[in-house]
Design a binder for this molecule. Structure first.
Ligand code: TTP
Ligand code: MG
Length: 359
């Protein structure tokens, strides 16, 4: 098996960094981006100067102000963050097709087969960091490692504006001292449980068998067992998204009247809804459509910019589409289209909290 080379890149205090870039008078001062303290707002992020005061993401702005009265809290400029995110993404794609963005400011790159920088992951990461600074005017930290889990820990290791590399040879040594709290997926609940068991570092964790860990932590036990040894087999999953989702049905007997078509709509709608609900929440609907295929095998599609279609919306579309031909209908479909691949960055979900348990 070839050893993989994964780079994890994560911008430093992303929103705040973009704001400081655009107003250099803010540099060196404690700066946060978030909601108004007077309106029960919370912070999305803050710069490292503000972090010295114990301020962090998701903290109520009013509380942060109490910790640091000089804190400057700026409103969001999402359009600007998206623009920067796209710039950075373009740079990533110069090194690999296998880019898996996790949020606007963060992505995994699988550069195993890349021939850039003589194939050196470390040199690629250095170049990426340099180019992000020059092109986007902000700093990005990077981690290079043989898998996603270690690469993510590595990018955090020397933050801000840092680079850290874990080679296959020094995995064992690195994980031995690694606090279990750093393991991806260990949130507050798991951390407390590990603490109760006297497990502090990955070497403590290594003394437990996979059976013991599974008994204690369920399915996550196996992950803990692997992560304690620096093992992670998850692949980098490049963005390749579906553009639409629909449910169609060909009827045994043609539907000869508009009423018959409308009577069939609820069943289609329910099937469509259940499929839509199973999709990742990062898909954003831009349009809704219906499709009719007539007895002469001609077909027609009608779409509207409805982002949250109800049954009545589809019925109205079906009525309009039916009037185009007024023949018997052999197939009916209802569906939605999602944001274009080029707009797909819009659909990326922002992380809400860092300590989410995996259990
Ligand atoms: P992060 O990469 O988690 O945080 P960060 O870039 O601000 O700081 P660093 O990586 O240096 O620790 O998140 C990226 C952006 O996502 C962040 O700038 C703001 C947004 N965000 C929220 O809106 N809410 C949150 O709870 C978090 C964690 C981030
Ligand atoms: Mg970040």
């Amino acid at each position: 098996m070839t050893v993989r080379k994964i780079i994890h890149c994560d911008c430093d205090c992303f929103y705040a960094a973009v704001e400081i870039r655009d107003d250099p008078s803010l540099a060196g001062r404690p700066v946060a981006v978030g909601g108004d303290p007077g309106k029960r707002g919370v912070l999305s992020t803050c710069n490292y100067e503000a972090r010295e005061y114990g301020i962090h993401s998701a903290m109520p702005s009013a509380y942060a102000k109490r910790l640091c009265p000089d804190l400057i809290i700026l409103p969001h400029n999402f359009e600007k963050y998206k623009e920067v995110s796209l710039l950075i993404r373009d740079i990533f794609f110069d090194y690999s097709e296998l880019v898996e963005p996790l949020s606007l400011d963060e992505a995994y790159l699988d550069v195993t087969d890349s021939d850039r920088c003589q194939g050196s992951g470390t040199l690629m990461a250095q170049e990426i960091r340099q180019r992000v600074k020059e092109t986007a005017g902000i700093t990005i930290s990077a981690g290079v490692a043989p898998n996603k889990y270690l690469a993510k820990i590595a990018s955090d290791w020397k933050k801000p504006d840092g680079l850290f590399v874990i080679t296959p040879e020094n995995i064992d040594e690195f994980v031995r001292e690694l606090p279990v709290k750093k393991i991806h997926g260990v949130g507050k609940v798991t951390a407390r449980k590990l603490d109760r068991l006297g497990i502090e570092t990955c070497s403590d964790l290594q003394t437990f068998s996979v059976f013991e860990l599974t008994e204690e932590f369920g399915r996550f036990g196996k992950n803990l067992y692997d992560f304690a040894r620096g093992i992670d087999t998850r692949e980098v999953q490049p963005v390749r998204k579906r553009k639409s989702l629909s449910v169609e049905h060909t009827f045994d007997k043609d539907l000869n009247t508009l009423e018959q078509c409308l009577d069939q709509t609820p069943e289609l709608f329910v099937a469509f809804k259940s499929r839509l609900n199973r999709l990742d929440s990062e898909y954003r609907v831009t349009k809704s459509f219906v499709k009719l295929k007539f007895t002469d095998f001609s077909s027609t599609t009608l779409e509207r910019g409805l982002t949250n279609p109800r049954i009545s919306d589809f019925k109205a579309l079906i009525e309009e589409a039916w009037q185009r031909n007024e023949l018997g209908v052999r197939l009916m479909g209802v569906g939605v289209r999602f944001v274009d691949l080029s707009d797909e960055i819009d659909a990326l979900q922002l992380p809400l909290s860092k300590d989410r348990d995996w259990l």
